[in-house]
Design a protein around this ligand. Structure first.
Ligand SMILES: *Cc1c(COP(=O)(O)O)cnc(C)c1O
Length: 361
C-alpha cells in the first residue's frame, strides 16, 4: 500500500492514525461486536461517542457553557439558510464578501431579508481582505457575517472585523481547529467538517445560547432547520450522521494528543512558511494573494502560463502529490495544507516545485 500526499481543498486528508484506529474498530467497536455504522443512535454506546466528541471539541476550542455545539447535516451550505432563518429577527444583516462562499451565503440570506454587502474584495478577484475597521453596518443589523478563511482564494482574516457591537457570525470551514480561537468573539462559529476535521456531510455549528430563538425569525422554518430543534435534542432529534461524528471524535482525540490548537498553529505556520518562502523567491511560481492576508491553510499559486500549470499538476500527481489543480476562478494551482498534512508533505511539494522550475527554465 502506498498513500499519496493529497492537497485537495476538501474532502481532504485525515490523520493516518485516525484512519488506522477506524480500521481497527471497524468490525467490533470496543467489544460491542458491531461497527459504529451499525449501531443504534439511541444506544448508550453511541451516546458515549457523541458526548465524548462534544466534550473534546469544547476542551480543544475552550467553548464556554453558554454556547451550544450542534452536529448538523447539510454541510456548511445548509447554514447559509439556517442562520438568517433563525436569527435575522430585524430582517437585516451585513455581509463581507471575500469570495465565493461568502457570496453564496450573502445571496442565500437575501431570500429571507435584507442582506447588505458591507465590504467586498471582488474588485481584485478576492486576493485580499478589505479594511473592516469602520464598516457601514446598519444600527439594526442582526449580525455581521464573514467567511474567515477563503478556501478558494487563499485569504484569511488575521484580525476580526469591527462589528460595532453587532453579533459576529463566521464560516470557519477551511480553518476549523487549525489554531486557537476566542469563541466569545463570535455569536455563531461554524464549519463544514470535510476540510479540516472529518468526512463530508456534516457541519458543526457553535451558537451562543441566547441567539437560539424559541421561534425562528422566519415563520414556517422547517423543523429540521430550526436551531432550537437540534439544541433541545442535543443533536439527536433524528438520526444524526453517526459515523461522521465518530470520526470527528477520533480527530479531536488526535488533536488533543498532538498538544491542542496552539501546537497545531505552530505546525501550520511552519508548513505554510516553507511554501510561501519558496514562492517568494521562485522565478516560475507566484502566490496570488496579498502577503499580509495569506491563509495558513489554502495556498494558491500560478506560473502565468496555463500549459505550464497543467504540466505541473500532471507531473506532480505522477509523483504522488495529488489534487493540486487550482479552482477555476483563480486558475493555476492550490495546495491545501490542513492539519492532517504532514510537514514532509509540504517538503516534498517544495522539492518537487524546485526541481520542476530547474527543468522548465
Ligand atoms: C467547502 C466550503 C463550504 C461548503 O461546504 P459544504 O459542506 O460542501 O456545504 C462553505 N464554506 C467554506 C469556507 C468552504 O470552504
Amino acid at each position: 500500500m502506498s498513500r499519496v500526499y493529497n492537497f485537495s481543498a476538501g474532502p481532504a486528508m485525515l490523520p493516518e492514525e485516525v484512519l488506522k484506529t477506524a480500521a481497527a474498530e471497524m468490525l467490533d467497536y470496543h467489544g460491542s461486536g458491531q461497527s459504529v455504522m451499525e449501531m443504534s443512535h439511541r444506544s448508550s454506546l453511541f451516546q458515549g461517542i457523541i458526548d465524548q466528541a462534544e466534550a473534546d471539541i469544547r476542551e480543544l476550542m475552550g467553548i464556554p457553557d453558554n454556547y451550544e455545539v450542534l452536529f448538523l447535516q447539510g454541510g456548511a451550505s445548509q447554514q447559509f439558510a439556517m442562520i438568517p432563518m433563525n436569527i435575522m429577527k430585524n430582517g437585516k444583516a451585513a455581509y463581507i464578501i471575500t469570495g465565493n462562499w461568502a457570496r453564496k451565503a450573502y445571496q442565500e440570506a437575501q431570500k429571507y431579508g435584507e442582506a447588505i454587502a458591507a465590504a467586498s474584495s471582488e474588485d481584485k478577484n478576492f486576493t485580499y481582505i478589505p479594511d473592516c475597521s469602520d464598516l457601514p453596518i446598519p444600527e439594526d443589523a442582526d449580525y455581521v457575517y464573514i467567511c474567515q478563511n477563503n478556501t478558494i482564494y487563499g485569504t484569511v482574516y488575521h484580525k476580526l472585523p469591527n462589528t460595532k457591537g453587532h453579533t459576529l457570525v463566521a464560516d470557519v470551514s477551511s480553518c476549523f481547529l487549525s489554531e486557537p480561537v476566542n469563541v466569545n468573539d463570535y455569536g455563531i462559529i461554524y464549519g463544514g467538517v470535510q476540510k479540516n476535521v472529518g468526512p463530508a456531510g456534516m457541519v458543526i455549528s457553535i451558537i451562543r445560547k441566547d441567539l437560539i430563538p424559541e421561534e425562528p425569525a422566519v415563520a414556517n422554518t422547517p423543523t429540521m432547520l430550526r436551531f432550537k430543534t437540534h439544541a433541545d435534542a442535543h443533536s439527536l432529534y433524528n438520526t444524526p450522521p453517526c459515523y461522521t461524528i465518530y470520526i470527528c471524535g477520533l480527530v479531536f482525540k488526535w488533536l488533543k494528543e498532538m498538544g491542542g490548537l496552539s501546537v497545531m498553529k505552530e505546525r501550520n505556520e511552519k508548513k505554510a512558511k516553507l511554501l510561501y518562502d519558496f514562492l517568494d523567491q521562485s522565478k516560475l511560481f507566484h502566490g496570488t494573494v496579498v502577503p499580509a492576508d495569506r491563509s495558513l491553510m489554502n495556498v494558491p499559486f500560478v506560473t502565468g502560463d496555463k500549459e505550464m500549470d497543467a504540466k505541473f499538476v500532471k507531473e506532480a500527481a505522477d509523483n504522488g502529490l495529488v489534487n493540486l489543480k487550482g479552482h477555476r476562478t483563480v486558475g493555476g494551482m492550490r495546495a491545501s495544507i490542513y492539519n492532517a498534512m504532514p510537514y514532509e508533505g509540504v517538503e516534498k511539494l517544495v522539492e518537487f516545485m524546485d526541481d520542476f522550475e530547474k527543468n522548465n527554465r
